[in-house]
Design a protein around this ligand. Structure first.
Ligand SMILES: NC(=O)c1ccc[n+]([C@@H]2O[C@H](COP(=O)([O-])OP(=O)(O)OC[C@H]3O[C@@H](n4cnc5c(N)ncnc54)[C@H](OP(=O)(O)O)[C@@H]3O)[C@@H](O)[C@H]2O)c1
Length: 227
C-alpha cells in the first residue's frame, strides 16, 4: 500500500526538518505524519488520538525525541537542564500516559494481543560521567520510569523496552554550545559510529518478537566505543 497522509504543511521548529516525509513516502507504506511539540501536553494527546482515529488502534509507541546538552554541573545554565528534563523525561512520560489506554486495548484484542512501549534512552542511562550529569539524570529517569511501568502492565501483555544507544551519527551534538562541541570532538573520536538505521533495526527486532518474548533492554554501541 502506498497511501501517505501529511496534514498541512510540515514546518521545522528551528529551521531544520530533514527528509522525514519524503523518506516515508519512498518506503511505500501507509503512514500518517503528524507535526507535534511533545513538550506540550495537548500535542502529545493529539498525536495519539489522531493516530488511533486514522488506524483504528495503537500497537506501538516509540518515545525517541530527545536533546543532549552537555557540560559541567557547576555553574550550569538551568534553562538547558529544564529543556532536557521537559523533553527527555516529562514529554516521554506524557506521551506514554496518553498512549497507554490504547496500548492496553490493543494488547487485549486480536490480531496481535500484544503492544509495545519502546523508550529510547542511552548508554548515558546506564553509566554517569563527568560533564553529562543532567543528561544522565534524564536518561536514568527514563530507565526508572520504564522499569516501574513494565512491572505494572506486563501481565496485560504491554511490553516496555529500553533502547540504550552509544554514539550515533545524528544532529544530537549540534545543539550544544561551541565550546562543548569542541570538547566532544576531542572526546568521541570514532571512525565508525552507529547510524540511525542501526538503532531502528534494534527497535524493529524488539517490537516484532512473539507475544511471549519481551526484550526489556538493548544496549547497543559502535563496536569501537569503549565506554
Ligand atoms: N545520537 C546519539 O549519539 C544518541 C546516543 C544515545 C541516545 N540517543 C537518543 O536518541 C534519541 C534521538 O536522538 P538523535 O540522536 O536522533 O538526535 P537528533 O538528530 O537531534 O533528533 C532528535 C529528534 O527529536 C525531535 N524533537 C526534538 N524536540 C522535539 C519536540 N519538542 N517535540 C517533538 N520532537 C522533538 C527532533 O525533531 P525535529 O528534527 O523535527 O526537531 C528529532 O527528530 C534521543 O532520545 C537521544 O537522547 C542518541
Amino acid at each position: 500500500m502506498a497511501t501517505i497522509e501529511i496534514p498541512g504543511e510540515l514546518k521545522p521548529r528551528d529551521g531544520r526538518f530533514g527528509s522525514g516525509p519524503s523518506r516515508v513516502r519512498a518506503a511505500g507504506v501507509d503512514a500518517l505524519v503528524l507535526e507535534a511539540d511533545v513538550t506540550l501536553a495537548a500535542d502529545a494527546r493529539r498525536v495519539v488520538d489522531d493516530t488511533v482515529a486514522r488506524f483504528g488502534r495503537l500497537d506501538t509507541l516509540v518515545n525517541n525525541a530527545g536533546v543532549m546538552l552537555l557540560g559541567p554541573i557547576v555553574d550550569a545554565d538551568l534553562r538547558e537542564w529544564e529543556r532536557m528534563i521537559d523533553l527527555n523525561l516529562t514529554a516521554l512520560m506524557r506521551c506514554t500516559h496518553a498512549a497507554l489506554p490504547h496500548l492496553r486495548a490493543a494488547a487485549a484484542r486480536e490480531p496481535r494481543r500484544v503492544a509495545d512501549v519502546v523508550n529510547v534512552s542511552s548508554v548515558a542511562g546506564r553509566f554517569a560521567r563527568v560533564g553529562s550529569g543532567a543528561y544522565n539524570a534524564t536518561k536514568f529517569g527514563v530507565g526508572a520510569f520504564s522499569e516501574s511501568l513494565r512491572q505494572e502492565i506486563t501481565r496485560e501483555h504491554v511490553r516496555v523496552s529500553l533502547i540504550e544507544p552509544g554514539y550515533v551519527a545524528t544532529e544530537l551534538q549540534s545543539h550544544n554550545r561551541p565550546e562543548i562541541q569542541e570538547t566532544m570532538r576531542r572526546t568521541f573520536r570514532l571512525d565508525d559510529p552507529l547510524e540511525a538505521a542501526d538503532v531502528a533495526d534494534a527497535i524493529r527486532y524488539v517490537v516484532t518478537r512473539a507475544r511471549h518474548v519481551a526484550i526489556n533492554e538493548v544496549l547497543i554501541r559502535p563496536t569501537e566505543q569503549e565506554r
